[in-house]
Design a protein around this ligand. Structure first.
Ligand code: F6P
Length: 404
């Protein structure tokens, strides 16, 4: 039988390493053909498929794929309907037409909703197709897994960027505030990674504001004013998802009317800009808003080798689980030890994962709510370790692109 792979949701710089892991393991397990869905399940519905054996036939293809950011196959934010049998009938007809026995979906908590719904429907109609999810998201908000592939590399990029911004921020002898806006929606894991910048060569982020803690603008301004009595130039990390006490996102406090995706998530952005104008107005200091935006999830030139290795291993583990007869599972990373660091890939029931969010434990945030405590460092430090340098061509990293 054949296998099919899709990528879904926001990308990471290692999501293609998972694709390489699934593809390589499918070949090892003897899948006759391995298809890729263009733009996830949305493409599958249109039979927009690629033959991955052909697309990845070049000798250096897998090596470049693991170093290529974004989704090689394209992505989607598509929510399968709850009770529309016609959609499922059409999807299962397509899967039958292509003789698919194994279905792999690389994504976050919304994408795991697709694995949940398809595996439940397969059980309902007695289909033998096996559906397995492979985790990915820079947000690190999936339950049941110690962390998600993609988080470590984005955390490494955040730590690196904060270090560089802190050096840059100290050049002038004047009061200034640089606010760095970091992705992660309602989970502050990635913003917390700003804490990793602090070391003997770096003062670190002066404040870290996570969405787990209600944001009080007045208290924020007062704290900045207090810190600037001794440190004129500050770099502050804020999550795109911080909310005021009334539940509104801080980026909505301006006149921002935010668009919403298929899963009801608002497209967030503008938090740093809003806070910079607030500080300029209240304190009269120089401010700069840095919205790292998509750079933090596609910076494959600073990816963590630990992350790349785990992403690929999670892909291979998904194939092993499917060929062992499992379905309706996502591969979770279970931390066996922190020192020395070791994680294992284990299948976990999708019903415990899809649509749920794991946030940063409040006990890991300090009493003032502006810094991280030691358990966060123990947790995050191993995940950003080691590098896989890009293949440089004419001075720039070489990527693998799917040709039309
Ligand atoms: O998938 C996670 C994520 O990168 C979030 O951190 C971010 O808020 C969101 O995706 C952005 O979504 P989009 O790529 O659809 O703009």
């Amino acid at each position: 039988m054949n296998a099919i792979i899709g990528q879904s949701g926001g990308p990471t710089s290692v999501i293609n390493a998972s694709l390489a892991g699934v593809f390589g393991a499918c070949r090892t397990h003897g899948a006759e053909k391995v298809y890729g869905m263009r733009h996830g399940v949305q493409g599958l519905l249109k039979e927009d498929l690629v033959d991955l054996s052909a697309a990845l036939s070049a000798p250096d293809a897998l090596d470049l794929l693991r170093r290529t950011p974004a989704t090689f196959l394209g992505s989607c934010r598509y929510k399968l309907p709850k009770d529309d049998d016609a959609v499922y009938e059409s999807l299962f007809d397509i899967l039958k037409k292509y003789d698919i026995g194994y279905f792999f979906y690389i994504g976050g908590n919304d994408s795991m909703d697709t694995i949940l719904k398809l595996s439940d429907y397969a059980a309902k109609i007695g289909s033998p197709i096996r559906f397995i999810g492979v985790p990915k998201t820079i947000d690190n908000d999936l339950t049941e897994t110690d962390h998600t592939p993609g988080f470590g590399s984005a955390a490494k990029y955040i730590g690196t960027s904060i270090k560089e911004l802190v050096r840059d921020s100290t050049i002038y002898d004047l009061k200034s505030v640089t606010i760095v806006e970091i992705m992660g929606r309602n989970a502050g894991w990635l913003t917390a990674a700003a804490a990793l910048a602090k070391d003997e060569d770096c003062e670190g982020a002066a404040m870290i504001c996570l969405p787990e803690v209600p944001f009080d603008p007045e208290r924020f301004v007062a704290h900045v004013e207090k810190l600037q009595q001794s440190t004129p130039s500050l770099v502050i990390a804020v999550s795109e998802g911080i909310r005021a006490a009334d539940g509104r996102y801080v980026c909505e406090l301006g006149d921002n009317s935010l668009l919403v995706d298929a899963f009801g998530h608002k497209y967030l952005g503008g938090t740093a800009r809003y806070l910079c104008s607030l500080l300029s107005a209240k304190l009269g200091v120089k401010t700069r808003a840095v919205e790292l935006s998509t750079l933090q999830r596609c910076a494959s030139h600073t990816a963590s080798l630990t992350d790349i290795t785990e992403a690929e291993a999670a892909g291979a583990a998904a194939v092993k689980a499917a060929y062992n007869g499992q379905t309706g599972m996502m591969i979770a990373l279970k931390r066996v030890s922190s020192d020395p660091y070791r994680c294992e890939s284990v299948p976990c029931d999708i019903h415990q994962i899809a649509n749920l969010e794991k946030t940063v434990p409040l006990a890991w945030i300090d009493a003032e709510n502006y810094q991280m405590r030691e358990p966060f460092f123990d947790y995050a430090r191993p995940l950003i370790l080691d590098e896989l340098p890009p293949v440089y061509v004419r001075g720039l990293p070489r990527h693998l692109r799917l040709k039309d």
